[in-house]
Structure formats: C-alpha cells, structure tokens
Design a protein around this ligand. Structure first.
Ligand code: FDA
Length: 393
C-alpha cells in the first residue's frame, strides 16, 4: 500500500496553553508541526488569565491538587515536566515574576510575555501557527489524519486535540474536543462547569450583602478550602467558593465556617468577660459589619450577651462554624474558569497522552478529564500534558 503523503508530522488543534507547549516541544525535536485555531490570535485565555498577569504555575503542583475520575493519571506527566521546569523556561526569557499567595506564581508584567515566550519556543522548532480558520471535519485513513479547513485539507501522521473545554464560550471555547473524541470512539466523562460562582435561590437573606467578603473555610463533601468568600447579587463567589464548586454536586449543601479562628466556647467566654456587650457588636468585631447584622438576625441573638442563655450561644457557635448554604446551581460555563470532566483518562496513555485505541491521536490540556485547583494548577497541567505529547507525537 502506498502511504498517504503527509503535509506535516503533527497537527495540533488549538493554539492555547497546552497546544502551544506541545507544538514547541515537538517542533524542537525536528517534527514538522502545524497548529490550527479558530480564534483570531493564539493564547487568548492565557492573555486574560490571572487578571492579565497569568498565574502560570503553582510551586505546590502535586497530583492531589487535581480532580479526575482517575486521581493517579496526572502523576506521570506532572513529574516529568514540573512547575520548576516551566519556571526555568520563564526565567530563561527574563520574565519577572512573583509569588502572590499559596505558591501561586504570576508575571510581574503581563500575560502577553507568556504567550510571546511560547510562540518564540515554537519558532525555534519552525512551528507554523494558523489562526482564524474553521476546522470543518477530521478524518483518519491509512495512518494519516486529514483536517478539512473548508476548501483546503491538511494531513499529518499525528493529531493532537488541544481545544480545551467549553468554559467561557465568548472567549472561543467549544466542546469540539468531546465531539472529536467520540468520533474516534473515546469515552467522555460528563463535563461540568468548575471554579465557578454558585447561585442561591429563594428568599436568600444574604442577597443584600453583594460585595461583602470574609475569610472562611468552605466545604463541599470532603473537600475544604480556607480562603476568601464573596457574597454576590446571585449567591456566593471568591476563591473559597470557586475551589469547592469543582467538588460540588447539585442538591448538596456547601458548609462554611464563618469564623475559622474561633475555638469552641468563645461566645460563652465573651459573655463572662463582657456581659454587657451586644452580640451584634461582638460579631461585628470578628466579621464585616453588614454580614454580622444579617447573622445576628438569622440567629435571633438580639440584646446583651448576659441575657442570652449559654445553650443558645453554643447553638449559635455551631451554626457559625458550619453555616449551611444550599446552592440551587452555578453560573455555568459562561462564568466557569475551567471544566471538570472531559475525555476519559482510561482512553489515554498517562505517559504520552496518546489514545490507546487510535495510534497517533493525542488529547491534552483541559480537554482531558483532569482539572486543577484554582491557583496556577490548570496551566501546569496544560504545560505538563502538552510536553508529554510533544515528546511523543
Ligand atoms: P485553552 O482554552 O487555553 O486553548 C484551547 C484553544 O482551542 C483556544 O485557543 C481555542 O480558541 C481553540 N479552539 C476551541 N475550539 C476550537 C475549534 N472548534 N476550532 C479551532 N480551535 C478551537 N489557569 C491557571 O492555571 N491560572 C490562571 O491564572 C488562570 N486564569 C484563568 C482566567 C480565566 C478568565 C479563565 C477562563 C481561565 C483561567 N485559567 C487559569 C484556566 C486556564 O486558562 C485553562 O485551564 C487553560 O487555558 C487550558 O489550556 P488548554 O490549552 O487546554 O485550552
């Protein structure tokens, strides 16, 4: 059989974080690489990330900070291309950075520096990046993948799906990765919005608090995060809520410790020390004033501490340490920073990201059922999985 002539060795669909990393890695190995994207320019999510400063990695990017149906899947790629490896690349370009909090590394200047660096790395490997064209169809015959661009077809021996997840469609995000995966017989774990604000319905007494923030420990199931929580017009947001949203399931409550530094008995001790103080004043000393007012009303704790029975104070303490919010939904893919779920890890090699059933087909980045916590983890997964495929494709 005569082999089908191929225009490229590798076609990467998606010029985002994972796609650009994969393309540069493969290109620098001497592979002829084409990157295709329907957006007008590469790396659009990188450009808006981290408020324009790109939280490009997290120095604590261990596998337990990722959600997946197979929690061990990410281990190999994360170990082979680490946060330190990406940081070394950033340093080699003289890009200034700082640690903001909790191991999160941001550019001092602009996320544009990260995109420029990835494009420069691609250029070193003679990678061709074509933006602004629609991918009409993908076919696979005689060991070659063909991508129909409407009037023109390009072919390659390897195809990398790096088109991300459906979060923030107005940025150009689509679920095409899942369509392509299904076309090739690969299973997809149901995608859900993650790192997303949650909504509270009904007569929610906290609605009036939009804009108020406080540090809490928020829990969904076994997952717990100590960070800021923000009340919004529609419900709850802030890092603590975004983090637990990835673990939250419809119908479940979010349990919030509103005063994580208070120890058991603190209200009773305050009553002994300052019996004439009002409960409202006491709570306002520990929480934002407006939040304290709503809580005092909800707990029915009016008047001086001296007049509130110890048992009632103990109940109030328990409620403040485990406030039960019942979200009726999330703000959906329109506001979700990432997607939980995606192409099943059971279909892919954890070493190379190659589909076990379809030699030459790779899936990387957010398209895969691997999702990081908030704080640079998702980009690290894009770099690590992109590098893994780029060394193999
Ligand atoms: P990514 O979405 O980056 O790239 C996919 C590419 O495929 C896009 O260029 C898209 O245009 C293209 N594409 C999609 N459909 C296509 C189609 N049908 N045809 C052709 N091309 C198509 N993470 C982090 O670690 N630190 C941070 O600071 C942030 N900040 C942040 C802010 C905001 C507002 C969002 C929405 C997300 C973040 N993230 C983040 C998450 C991070 O952006 C995300 O995890 C990575 O960009 C995923 O990289 P991928 O390359 O997999 O997809």
């Amino acid at each position: 059989m005569t082999p089908v002539p191929q225009d490229y060795d590798v076609i990467v669909l998606g010029a985002g974080a994972a796609g650009l990393m994969c393309a540069a890695t493969a290109g620098q190995r001497g592979r002829r690489v084409l990157v295709l994207d329907h957006a007008e320019k590469p790396g659009k999510k990188i450009l808006i990330s981290g408020g324009g400063r790109c939280n490009f990695t997290n120095i604590g990017a261990a596998p337990d900070r990722f959600l997946s149906s197979n929690p061990h899947f990410a281990r190999s790629a994360l170990a082979r291309y680490t946060a330190a490896d990406f940081l070394a690349l950033v340093n080699s370009y003289g890009i200034a950075w700082h640690e903001k909090t909790l191991g999160q590394l941001f550019c001092d200047g602009s996320a544009r520096q990260i995109v420029a660096m990835l494009l420069e790395e691609g250029a070193k490997g003679a990678v061709e990046v074509r933006c602004g064209g629609n991918i009409r169809a993908v076919t696979h015959n005689d060991g070659a993948f063909s991508v129909d661009l409407g009037g023109k077809t390009v072919t390659a021996g390897a195809l990398v799906i790096a088109t991300g997840g459906p979060s923030i469609p107005k940025m150009g995000a689509t679920g095409v990765a899942y369509d392509l995966a299904r076309q090739f017989g690969l299973k997809v774990v149901e995608p859900r919005p993650a790192l997303v604000p949650l909504t509270l319905g009904g007569e929610d007494p906290f609605r009036a608090l939009a804009g108020v923030a406080t540090e809490v420990v928020a829990k969904a199931g076994k997952a717990a995060f100590r960070e800021a929580m923000l009340f919004t017009h529609r419900g709850l947001s802030g890092p603590a809520i975004l983090q637990v949203s990835s673990y939250w399931r419809h119908g479940e409550p979010i349990i919030v410790d509103l005063l994580p530094d208070r120890t058991e008995g603190w209200l009773r001790d305050a009553k002994r020390a300052t019996p004439r103080a009002s409960v409202a004043k006491l709570l306002a000393g520990a929480l934002p004033q407006r939040l304290a007012e709503v809580l005092v009303r909800e707990l029915g704790l009016v008047g001086e501490l001296a007049n509130v029975p110890d048992a009632k104070l103990a109940t109030a303490e328990r409620m403040l340490a485990g406030w039960r919010f019942e979200p009726n939904g999330s703000e959906g893919f329109a506001k979700a920073e990432v997607t939980v779920g995606g192409v099943s890890t059971a279909e892919l090699s954890s070493q190379t990201m190659e589909a076990k059933k379809v030699p030459g087909l790779y899936v990387i980045g957010e398209a895969v059922d691997v999702t990081g916590w908030l704080g640079g983890y998702n980009f690290q997964w894009a770099w690590s999985s992109g590098w893994a495929a780029g060394t193999a494709a």
